[in-house]
Design a protein around this ligand. Structure first.
Ligand code: 4AD
Ligand code: MG
Length: 432
């Protein structure tokens, strides 16, 4: 009789039953007449006990020498056992080896990251990577749930675009028939059109930047969610960002606690992530950096070390607003109180993580925006459609972008964003 196929994560519902797990060999230990096969199936790992005589001798012998990551199906009775990893154990009565693996390159020992990255397609199977990518999937689901349940319309922005959004230095060029196009750096300009059509919208997808910086925070392909709201101000989006980040973090604590445990994440730090978040103007941040004796030059954008210092000093995300207009993007609206400061915000995650959100109120005045395009030497023709949004019913509006990998890295306590996306793309990194 064929036993029912169940997943490891559902074993708790099948205690006493005989079930089949379909998966791969994670590890095995042999004590002569008894073998302990750890079988993983993508949802978890279960220890399976195989006694000599439970299966035919040939199968028993084959199991004893089975390389890691061989695929197999195991059938046995489910027992609750507090000592077993995961809390359940199988007493096997049948084993089918599906495909014996060749000697597995990623053994259960420490390897260098460069080697692991070359084997990313296999590295995905390891426990820690598995936990990180499950948290990432939860972050993505939380993002959609948050906006979908608040009346935002999901409006996808194009990936092939005719113009720069976030500066011309990080554009990827693409041949577009007889023309030239760029991979999108941000869907913002398109969600601005969307906000004028639907009131509140968001886009969520991959974005591309030819980042030459090889840091732990930069990918050349990353996922970003960008809400945009008509009639919203900087204050409105700062409040929204606070609520949004709280929602994502609390959701991961609620649903991915096991994964966070695998990652040995200090969840007490995440429990604290509730409004209100501290807020600081750029000028206050500059003063703070000076007071700490850091070599920060007034008027510059915050550099990585500055962000790290500021973010380490707070146990909640820090919202820094009103950066100098000249270091920020062309579309940001200058503060009417002080034109050399932009109505913008960066949210820095704590523990030294740094920026996870960048947002702003947008310039809605046609003449002012035309001047900004000129100052930034951006080709006017490619932006005519964008200027139309100011010609036909311009209103104040604002939005932000949150990076999925940096957010995932923060929640997981992972140093480097390269582990927070299944197949990272960085300078010098396009394989596999
Ligand atoms: O601050 P950024 O550049 O803002 C924008 O793109 C705006 N158009 C967003 C908006 O207002 N609609 O990027 C937003 C976020 C950053 O805070 C960071 O989390 C992430 O995107 N990000 C990156 N993540 C990984 N690798 C990179 N190279 C990133 N560049 C930005
Ligand atoms: Mg930014």
């Amino acid at each position: 009789m064929d036993a029912k196929h169940v997943y490891v994560e559902d074993l708790k519902n099948h205690v006493g039953e005989t079930v089949t797990i379909k998966g791969w060999l994670y590890n095995n230990r042999s004590k002569g007449k008894i073998q302990f096969l750890q079988v993983r199936d993508g949802t978890g790992i279960v220890q399976s006990v195989l006694g000599k005589g439970a299966v035919d001798d040939a199968t028993f012998a084959a199991c004893d020498h089975l390389p890691q990551e061989s695929s197999l199906m195991v059938t046995g009775a489910v027992r609750q056992d507090a000592r077993a990893p995961g809390g359940y154990e199988l007493s096997l009565t049948a084993v089918t080896i599906v495909a014996q693996a060749q000697p597995y390159p990623i053994a259960l020992q420490e390897h260098g990251v460069a080697f692991l990255m070359e084997n990313r397609h296999l590295w995905l199977r390891s426990r820690k990577q598995h936990a990180i990518l499950r948290v990432r999937a939860e972050v993505m689901r939380a993002i959609r749930d948050f906006f979908d349940s608040r009346g935002f319309v999901a409006l996808d922005s194009p990936i092939l675009t005719p113009a720069a959004c976030e500066g011309t230095t990080t554009l990827f060029n693409v041949d577009y028939f007889e023309d030239k196009a760029f991979l999108s750096q941000s869907g913002q300009l398109y969600v601005e059109a969307g906000a004028m059509a639907f009131g509140k919208v968001y886009c969520f997808g991959p974005t591309f930047r030819a980042e030459k910086s090889k840091t732990r925070r930069h990918l050349t392909e990353f996922w970003m969610v960008e809400p945009e709201i008509a009639y919203a101000t900087l204050d409105d989006v700062m409040n929204l960002a606070e609520e949004f980040i709280t929602f994502i973090v609390q959701r991961c604590l609620e649903r991915r606690r096991e994964d966070l445990k695998v990652l040995e994440r200090n969840t007490a730090l995440l429990e604290k992530i509730r409004p209100p978040f501290p807020r600081m103007s750029y000028d206050e941040a500059a003063k703070w950096l000076h007071d700490k004796g850091l070599p920060f030059e007034d008027g510059n954008d915050l550099g990585s070390p500055d962000e790290t210092a500021l973010s380490q000093a707070h146990d909640k995300p820090l919202m820094i607003h009103r950066y100098p207009t000249k270091v920020k993007a062309f579309y940001m609206k200058p503060d009417p109180q002080r034109a050399d400061r932009a109505l913008c915000v960066d949210v820095l995650a704590p523990e030294g993580v740094g920026e996870i959100i960048g947002g702003s109120q947008r310039e809605e005045d046609l003449a002012a925006l035309e001047r900004r395009l000129e100052e930034h030497k951006l080709p006017r023709a490619a932006f005519e459609w964008y200027l139309d949004l100011r010609r036909y019913g311009a209103v104040p509006h604002a939005g932000f972008g949150l990076g999925v990998e940096r957010t995932t890295g923060w929640i997981c306590g992972t140093e480097h964003v390269r582990e927070c996306i299944p197949f990272p793309r960085m300078m010098y990194k396009i394989y596999p």
